[in-house]
Design a protein around this ligand. Structure first.
Ligand SMILES: CC(C)(COP(=O)(O)OP(=O)(O)OC[C@H]1O[C@@H](n2cnc3c(N)ncnc32)[C@H](O)[C@@H]1OP(=O)(O)O)[C@@H](O)C(=O)NCCC(=O)NCCS
Length: 161
């Protein structure tokens, strides 16, 4: 009976909350499978320890299904990473995480949020477009495709004030 309830809970809707240092390993693992360049547990741990880092997570039971991580300085925030586990994508989880995150950043005094996104990353571009981000710059050759060919980073901005 307990096993059944646990399985039901794990399969249920993810819960959004602030991440803590105890999430570092799970965040590093999800980051690692989501991006070409991974971050080590230590790198994530160091970021989470910093006072100006803001990180939210989505969890189902004890399993991390998504996170979003920013750094805030002098009233401006930069979203450093956002990822949702493959099986949970396309169901609005990143949108929910981003909305919560932007509200928190505004509450902490951020008036503008920046990020870089690969111009070929359609899901991420749609996510940010819907959230009101606009393009303010381009960095050709900033990323590398799997083929080794250069890819352009778009610099996006959203004002919060
Ligand atoms: C980008 C990412 C976080 C989106 O997570 P998600 O939970 O699937 O996103 P949502 O379900 O909230 O959808 C966000 C938007 O992307 C669109 N989208 C989702 N999956 C898509 C796909 N495979 N192709 C095209 N658009 C897609 C959704 O339709 C939605 O746009 P809409 O509101 O205009 O309909 C996820 O794909 C991911 O983790 N990718 C790998 C890491 C990454 O690229 N992070 C972004 C770095 S800047």
């Amino acid at each position: 009976m307990i096993g059944f309830l646990q399985r039901l809970f794990v399969r249920g809707e993810p819960v959004l909350s602030e991440a803590t240092i105890r999430d570092a390993a799970a965040i590093a693992a999800l980051h690692g499978v989501s991006f070409r360049r991974g971050w080590s547990d230590d790198e994530i741990e160091r970021l989470l320890i910093e006072r100006n880092t803001v990180c939210h997570r989505a969890t189902a039971g004890r399993t991390l299904c998504g996170f979003i991580l920013s750094r805030l300085a002098a009233g401006e925030a930069e979203i450093l990473s956002v990822a949702v586990t493959g099986a949970r994508r396309g169901r609005g989880l990143a949108r929910a995480l981003l909305n919560l995150h932007l509200r928190r950043l505004a509450g902490l005094g951020a008036t503008a949020v920046f990020l870089e996104v690969d111009e070929d990353n359609e899901p991420a571009r749609r996510l940010y477009r819907r959230a009101g981000f606009r393009e303010v710059g381009r960095r050709p050759g900033y990323y590398q495709k799997d083929s080794g060919a250069p890819a352009t980073a778009l610099v996006l901005r959203r004002d919060l004030a």
